[in-house]
Structure formats: structure tokens, C-alpha cells
Design a protein around this ligand. Structure first.
Ligand code: PLP
Length: 337
């Protein structure tokens, strides 16, 4: 048995999801004629109390479209230095939008309203104009850490006052919401745009959604086209998204429980000096006396897959295809390390 904890993207569609995909009514979505895509976009937008949605092939594309919407050449994005939009999107802020970026520090990958306030550029000939703040929830490189609504509200308020747009990279937003019990509508009310991944914990093969105002999503559709993301009978994929929103959200809590247990198991190993606080489905272990490469090699010999996450860090992500029997087996196998 291979235990794959590299990411929550490694899941395969369930039988129910495959049936939903198989039976989906479809049409040409570039003409706006795919009923299943339209239904998914509407369903997700309604869930968050936002006006419209746009189905895209990846989370990177939804984020990059949002950045394009909210910046121009010679403007600046504020985000945490661990943000996915900065670290893992191929330099897209620069490459796609010709914008500058200001990186903030903060515990567990999170920033505060006072950090943001200090970092907004003055109206000065030397400085790029600050037009966008981008947050991430849960925060991948912060160990799956959660922003609460109360932490977000002062940032949203500040952005409104200053006329700065606010985007949320919510690739794993549902992981946060099932844990806090906060409502998607309350989150939708704080942001100009939100991106949501269907292909992470929700278990779809492909897909992300950008949510926002009607006007922004209309522009976003055009940006998606130029990014090469206009798909045709995409309803087969959107059907998986509808199925996931209906059936695979609540169970994210199981992933979190297993992640906590996995963190406990790892913390007992002599080579593990620290486990980041496990808030959701991500476990980050700091090593001592062994490099990530050496540790991962030992894990791989036991058929356990993980990823390097820094000079002394290894990441494990729990997901739909990691069940109690895998957890138990994981516990047994790491005893030999
Ligand atoms: C996975 C992820 C994305 C998008 O990734 P894709 O692989 O392009 O779908 C964006 N933000 C975060 C925080 C992610 O973890």
C-alpha cells in the first residue's frame, strides 16, 4: 500500500462523482452554453453570496486572473511572503500583470491590518500605486493555518477605506470554514474576489472557481480566454464540482482529525524537532540531525510519499484517499525510522 501524503491533489474521483460526471448535460462553454458549468458557477456564487462565478482549469489561473483584474502596470500587490501567488505561480504577478509585489512577514503566514496599513504606498512619484491586497486561507506554507473572520474584517475595512481591492486565495477555504463553522456568505461579503479550488480537499479531478461581482467576472471571462482557459464541454468537469460541493465538504473534518493524529505520531520521532500547529489538513515537520532528502528517502523506502517544504521542513497533507487504515499503517511504518 502506497501512502501518498504529498498533497490533497492526489485524490481520485469517487464512484458517485464519476457517475455525476458521466451523466452531466454539456454544451460549449465558450459560447456560455454548458448548463452544468453555468449551474456550478451559479451555485458557488450563491453559496458565498457573490454575484457571479467563473470556472477555470486551475487555482493558479483563478488567482492570476484576479491579480490581472485588480492591478495595472506599475501598481503593487501586498501579500505575505509565503503566499502561493508569490512563491508557487511562476512569477505570474510580474509575468501576467506587470505588477510589483510587497511581501509582508507574519506568524503562520498571516498578516494584520496594521501591517497592511504600514505597507500601503504613499501617493508619491517614486512608489508603485498599491491597488491590491491578497490573503490566503488556509495558509499553505503557514501549515494550513486559519484566518478567522474577525482577523479578516479589519483588513477588509482598511482596504475599503483606501479604495484597495481585496482578493482571497481560498484554495483551501472550505478547510477553514468546516473547522471554524463560519458561513461562506460572511466571507463573501469581505472580498472583491475569492478563488476556490475543487481539486484539493474537495476531491475533484480538475477545477477552480473565481467568485466576484458581475462586472469583475465579465472582465475575468475575457482574461481567462487570453490565458488559454476557455474550455468547451467543460460540464463533465463542472459536474464533479457540483457533486463535491454537495457531498464532500463536511468530510474535510475527517482529514483534519487524521492530520492531528499524524502530527502526534511524527512528533514522537527523535529526528522531528517541531510540528507546526495542526489547524487543518496540513502537517509540517521540522527536522533535526537529518535533511529532508534523507528523511524523505527513508519514508519512500516505506512507501510513504511527502514533499520537502524548506531547508529543514517536510510537509504531509491528508485527503479523501487517506483513511483510518492508512493512518494506522503510517504509524507502524514510521516506527522503523
Ligand atoms: C494549490 C493551490 C493553489 C492553486 O494551485 P493549482 O495547482 O494551480 O490548482 C493556489 N493557492 C494555494 C494556497 C494552493 O494550495
Amino acid at each position: 500500500m502506497i501512502i501518498d501524503l504529498r498533497s490533497d491533489t492526489v485524490t481520485r474521483p469517487t464512484l458517485g462523482m464519476k457517475e455525476a460526471m458521466f451523466n452531466a448535460p454539456v454544451g460549449d462553454d465558450v459560447f456560455g452554453e454548458d448548463p452544468t458549468v453555468n449551474a456550478l458557477e451559479e451555485k458557488a456564487a450563491q453559496l458565498f453570496g457573490m454575484e457571479a462565478g467563473l470556472f477555470c482549469p486551475s487555482g493558479t489561473m483563478t488567482n492570476q486572473i484576479a491579480i490581472r483584474l485588480h492591478t495595472r502596470i506599475q501598481t503593487e500587490v501586498i501579500c505575505h511572503k509565503y503566499s502561493h501567488i508569490y512563491l508557487y505561480e511562476g512569477g505570474g504577478i510580474m509575468a501576467n500583470s506587470h505588477a510589483s509585489v510587497k511581501l509582508l512577514e507574519g506568524d503562520l503566514g498571516k498578516i494584520t491590518a496594521s501591517h497592511v496599513a504600514e505597507s500601503i504606498n504613499p501617493d508619491d512619484v517614486h512608489a508603485p500605486e498599491t491597488t491590491l491586497v491578497s490573503l490566503e486561507n488556509t495558509m499553505n506554507k503557514g501549515g494550513g493555518s486559519i484566518y478567522t473572520l474577525e482577523e479578516i474584517k479589519p483588513i477588509a475595512q482598511l482596504c475599503k477605506e483606501k479604495g484597495i481591492k481585496l482578493h482571497l486565495d481560498g484554495a483551501r477555504l472550505f478547510n477553514a470554514l468546516v473547522e471554524t463553522g463560519e458561513s461562506p456568505k460572511d466571507w463573501g461579503a469581505q472580498f472583491d474576489t475569492i478563488s476556490i479550488c475543487l481539486s484539493k480537499g474537495l476531491g475533484c479531478p480538475v477545477g477552480s472557481l473565481l467568485l466576484g461581482s458581475k462586472a469583475d467576472i465579465k472582465r475575468a471571462r475575457k482574461v481567462r480566454k487570453v490565458f488559454g482557459g476557455g474550455m468547451r464541454q467543460a460540464g463533465f468537469l463542472a459536474a464533479a464540482g457540483i457533486y463535491a460541493l454537495d457531498h464532500q465538504v463536511k468530510r474535510l473534518k475527517e482529514d483534519h482529525a487524521r492530520a492531528r493524529a499524524l502530527g502526534e505520531m511524527l512528533s514522537k520521532l527523535p529526528v522531528v524537532s517541531e510540528i507546526f500547529p495542526v489547524a487543518t489538513n496540513i502537517v509540517i515537520a521540522r527536522l533535526e540531525g537529518m535533511t529532508p532528502e534523507e528523511f524523505m528517502k527513508k519514508l519512500a523506502e516505506q512507501n510513504i510519499k511527502s514533499v520537502k517544504f524548506g531547508p529543514d521542513l517536510v510537509r504531509f497533507v491528508t485527503h479523501h484517499d487517506f483513511r483510518d487504515e492508512h493512518l494506522e499503517e503510517f504509524g507502524k511504518r514510521i516506527m522503523t525510522i
